[in-house]
Design a protein around this ligand. Structure first.
Ligand code: PNS
Length: 166
């Protein structure tokens, strides 16, 4: 059984991420979408909120699990018995950073392979940051993120300290 991990910040999950999740879930036996608990960034959504949104958005995919991790990705993967990392590439601008991460992970654990998937062309411009920027100023994002995220963004910007139940 091939277990793959799709790691990221997912702040919040977009249709670009979900495109990768759906396609990777057809290639690997099991896919773990792993949200990084990163204390050095100030995210819009807490890790618990990001995990909840990802669970809602991937609930139709039986072999997809959503989890969170802290520390090194390769150590998390060792604990989970995973050997494959899945990453999405949107454009050549992603390449240098992604190659650096793939090579450092290979250096840390030579048994781990990174698999890159090209994001579908309709999402090649999409990022969590751009979605937050548009939503912050009241722009329409319903074709960029799933309905639960549209609602979560609306609530977060309407009441920054409030809950985002959906
Ligand atoms: O969505 P992002 O922020 O581009 O994802 C980056 C992520 C989470 C994949 C990367 O920062 C990561 O794997 N962090 C865990 C710490 C680690 O293992 N660092 C060494 C390899 S970069």
């Amino acid at each position: 059984m091939t277990v793959a991990v799709y790691p990221g910040s997912f702040d919040p999950v977009t249709y670009g991420h979900l495109d990768i999740v759906e396609r990777a879930s057809r290639v690997f036996d099991r896919l773990i979408v792993a949200v990084l608990i990163n204390r050095s960034k100030t995210p819009l959504f807490t890790v618990e909120e990001r995990v909840a949104l990802l669970k809602e958005a991937t609930k139709h995919l039986a072999n997809v699990e959503v989890d969170s991790f802290t520390g090194l990705l390769v150590e998390y993967m060792r604990r989970r018995g995973a050997r494959a990392i899945v990453k999405g590439l949107r454009a050549v601008t992603d390449f240098e950073y992604e190659m650096q991460m793939a090579l450092i992970n290979k250096n840390l654990d030579p048994s781990i392979e990174t698999f890159f998937m090209m994001t579908s062309k309709e999402y090649s411009f999409l990022s969590s940051s751009i979605v937050k920027e548009v939503a912050r100023y009241g722009g329409r994002v319903d074709d960029l993120v799933p309905p639960c995220v549209v609602e979560a963004l609306r609530r977060r910007f309407a009441d920054p300290g409030g809950p985002i139940e959906f």
